[in-house]
Write a protein that binds this ligand. Structure first.
Ligand code: LMR
Length: 334
């Protein structure tokens, strides 16, 4: 009798425990390197909220900002190993894992505005670039914007000659390397989390970044001059570990895709505003002088950087560059 009672109690306890265990949420660790109050920080937070809502709590997205978990290069390795499930690295950071085609986005002045960019990312080329990630065990989910880059240093950067001999921090992209070499500057690859200190201590003289990234890392406090060149773009590929993503129950994956679509619309809808506000804060701080180039000065910068298209044509692929330009409705190169 006692045995039966014990068994009954055990079964009841199991019945109590089992559904609770079945309700354990699927955890998605989403690591990134920027501050929470940036375009990427806000979009990833929005995705976490929507993922919880649409999966009815079945998925919990944990966002780790500010390189808390991993720095640039490490985070891609961590994703491939499955230590984290999602990331949104800048498009300039895929060269080191052998997908150099994304560096087409780094070509100087290739994107006149965000509308041209959208034509590329939403079109066949955006899909084709994502397909290149599959063989690396990565699934591409969306393209998120940050915005256009400015140049900064402790010296006024107006003419191409002003860059000569200065050391600039770059992201890990050979196109960005070629861009600074075209100006006679010395590019140095460095993780995003190390840039502020490198600028402060003079390890590098300058850098290029969006106002939101500069402001939230306080780079403007250690750079006397910021030139509004808008010569390049920083955007992100939101990516997942392919094995993890493919292994999700189909209904959950669908709900996450819906959350991603809405988070993307939200993030991309306000990234320009976030950068404008950050630039305004930089101006108000009085710590960096904002320099606007005249048309002639701007033309001189464009001319100086034009050879980059030829220099890196074989790396990125001339056909790919032309496909990119065509989708934007711009003249191709030969
Ligand atoms: C950088 O390294 O400068 C940026 O890619 C950081 C980021 O993720 O926006």
């Amino acid at each position: 009798m006692r045995k039966i009672m014990f068994l009954g109690a055990a079964i009841a306890a199991l019945g109590f425990i089992m559904p609770a265990a079945a309700q354990q949420p699927i955890i998605i660790k989403f690591s990134h390197v920027v501050a929470p109050n940036t375009p990427k920080g806000l979009a990833s937070q929005k995705f976490a909220e929507l993922a919880a809502k649409y999966t009815d709590g079945k998925v919990k997205v944990e966002v780790y900002p500010n390189s808390q978990l991993y720095k640039d290069k490490e985070e891609l390795e961590a994703l491939q190993l499955g230590a984290v499930q999602m990331l949104a690295p800048s498009l300039s950071k895929f060269g080191p894992i052998g997908v150099k085609e994304f560096e087409v986005f780094d070509l100087p002045y290739i994107l006149p505005d965000l509308a041209s960019l959208r034509k590329v990312t939403d079109g066949p080329l955006g899909k084709k670039l994502f397909s290149l990630l599959e063989k690396k065990g990565i699934t591409g989910l969306a393209y998120w914007d940050n915005g256009f880059k400015e140049m900064s240093a402790n010296k006024k950067l107006i003419a191409p000659e002003d860059y000569k001999g200065l050391k600039f921090r770059i992201q890990s992209s050979k196109v960005l390397e070629a861009q600074f070499r075209s100006l006679g500057a010395i590019p140095q690859v460095m993780a995003f989390s190390e840039v502020y200190q490198a600028l402060q201590t003079g390890v590098v003289d300058g850098q290029e970044n969006t106002p939101s990234n500069m402001y939230t890392q306080k780079m403007h406090e250690v750079q006397k001059y910021t030139t509004l060149t808008n010569h390049g773009y920083i955007g992100y590929a939101v990516i997942a570990n392919k094995k993890f993503w493919d292994g999700l129950p189909a209904d959950v994956r669908g709900q996450l895709e819906k959350a991603m679509k809405e988070a993307t619309e939200y993030g991309n809808g306000q990234s320009a505003k976030e950068n404008t506000e950050a630039l305004e804060e930089m101006r108000k701080s009085g710590k960096t002088e904002l320099i606007t180039l005249t048309k002639e000065q701007d033309d001189a910068m464009r001319k100086a950087m034009l050879p980059v298209y030829k220099d890196v044509g074989s790396r990125v692929g001339k056909d790919l560059i032309n496909e990119f330009l065509k989708e934007e409705g711009r003249p191709t190169i030969d």
